[in-house]
Design a protein around this ligand. Sequence first.
Ligand code: ATP
Ligand code: MG
Length: 501
Amino acid sequence: MRAQSIKKRFGGVTALSGADFDLRSGEVHVLLGSNGCGKSTLCKVISGVVRPDSGTVSVKDQLMEDITPRLSRERGVGVVYQELSLIPGLSVARNILLGMEQANGLGILRDSKNGEALEEIFSDFRGLFPREFSLDTLVQGLSPDLQQLVEIMKVLARDPEILIFDEPTASLSKEQIDLFFGILERLKAKHKGIIFISHKLEEIFRVGDRITIMRGGRHVGCSDLSDITRDEIVNLMVGDIFHSEYRKSSPSGSGKELLGGCGLSGKTIRGIDFSLRQGEILGLGGLQGQGQRSFLLTLFGVEPLQEGQLRREGREVSLRSPKQAMRESLAYISGDRKKYGVFLIRSILENLFVSRVILSRVPLFRRKTLKESAGPVIRDLGLVYDTLDKPVSTLSGGNQQKVIIGRWLLNDPAVILMDDPTKGVDVKTKKDLYELMERMCQAGCSVIWNSSDDQELLQNADRVLVFREGRVIRELQGSDLNEETLYRAALGMDDPAGEGR
Ligand SMILES: Nc1ncnc2c1ncn2[C@@H]1O[C@H](COP(=O)(O)OP(=O)(O)OP(=O)(O)O)[C@@H](O)[C@H]1O
Ligand SMILES: [Mg+2]
C-alpha cells in the first residue's frame, strides 16, 4: 500500500500536510509521532473514513479513487481504531460478524461457516477471558481491555491483507499484549502488511520492522528499526527541543500528612497502610492489576472501604462517594478515557467543567467566565484545539487526555489520584505532565500515581508502594528506586511467603 502527499484540514486545524507512507507485505510498519501529528487521520484516509483534501492511496499499485470504507475493505484493508467501535447491546459474536453477513449476503448470523471461523479465532484468546465468558456475552458487560481484544478479533475475522492497529495496546495488560504480539508474528508469516501505532518504544522495537516518524502532519523519517536508536527516534519526533533525561529533583515529602490510612481493605485490597505527605509523589507499582487501581478507586469513594480508617489532614473521614471525595479536595485522573474519561459528543468546555458543575450548589455559569478561567490551564497543558465549543471527539487521543487532566486541575485539588494518566500520551506531552505535577507538588499538592510504565514511576515518584495480590509488599525509596529492586519486589522474589509486610 502506498499513500502519497496526503493533505487534510479540519476547519482551522491541519491534520495532514503532505503525508507519505508505504507498506510492504510481511512487515510490521510502526507509525510514530506526538499526539495530534496526524497518525489516526492518515489511517482513516486509508480506510476511507476521512476524505483527504488531496493526495493518493494505492493498493498493489492500483489507485483507489474516492475511497469509501467499502472500497477500502474490498481492497483488503482492515482497521482497529483508537476509539472502540463496538455496539454495547450486541453480543460479541454479532459484533464481530457485523457487516460481514451483509457483505456475504447471508441473512443468518453465526451460520456454521462463520461460527467455525469465529471459534477458531477465539480459541487463541480463550485463556484471557473469564471462564463464564462466551461469544454470546454482551459487549457492554466487558471491561475495556476485553473489548479491545474483541476489536482485534473482529478485524482478524475479516482476514484482510492490510491490517491497521491504532494504539491497540493502550488498554491491554502485559499478558494480553504478549498474545497480541504473537498474533502479529503469525500475520507477518502470512505475508500480511501491518501498520502498528503505539507510543511505547519498547513495544515498537519488539515487534516493528520499519518505522515512519511523523511530525506536524507529515513524515519526517523512515527507517528499518534495526538501523535507528531510541534517541534518534525521539529527536525526529519532537525536533531538537527534547532531551531524554528528566528526573525529579527535589526529594520532598517532609510536610504534613495530607492523606493517610491504616488497615484499608476493600474489593481487592487487603490491609494497606500508607501516609501521603504534602508535596510528595507516591507511586503505586508492581505488576499490573495487583490492586493499584482498586486502591485509588477506594480512596475516591467508588469502591467501598470494608475495613480500616482513612485520615484527611489528621481527621478521620469516610469517603463513600466520589462527590464526598471531591469535597475533600481529591481528584481522580484516569488514563482510561474510554471508560471514565470524556463525554465524546459534548464540547471541550463542558468536559473541562463537568466536575465543577457537580460540586456547585447552584450550577449556573457564564460561558465567558468559564472560558477565561480555563485559559491558564489550557496553556499549561498545551492543548491543541480549534475552539472550545467543538465536541471533544474532534481532538486527538492525547489531547482528549489533556482535557481530563485539565478538568481536575480546574478544581484546585489537594490530593491528585492518577490512574495511569499517560496512557496513549506522547513523550513530549508526558514530559509536560511530569513538569506540571512537579509544579503542583511545589504549590502544596500531593499525588498518588499508579503507572504501568515502570520508568515513569521510578523517575517521578518520591516513594513507590509495590503491590502484589492486593497488598503492599514493599515500599521503595532513595537508592531502592531502581528497576531491578522494583521488578524483584513485584514478582514476589523478596517475599516468598507472599504474606505482605
Ligand atoms: N474530525 C475532526 N475534526 C476536527 N479536528 C480533527 C478531527 N480529527 C482530527 N482532528 C485534528 O487533527 C489533528 C490530528 O489528529 P489525529 O487524531 O490524526 O492525531 P494522532 O496523531 O492520532 O494523535 P494521538 O497520538 O493523540 O492519537 C489533531 O489536531 C486533531 O485535533
Ligand atoms: Mg490517534
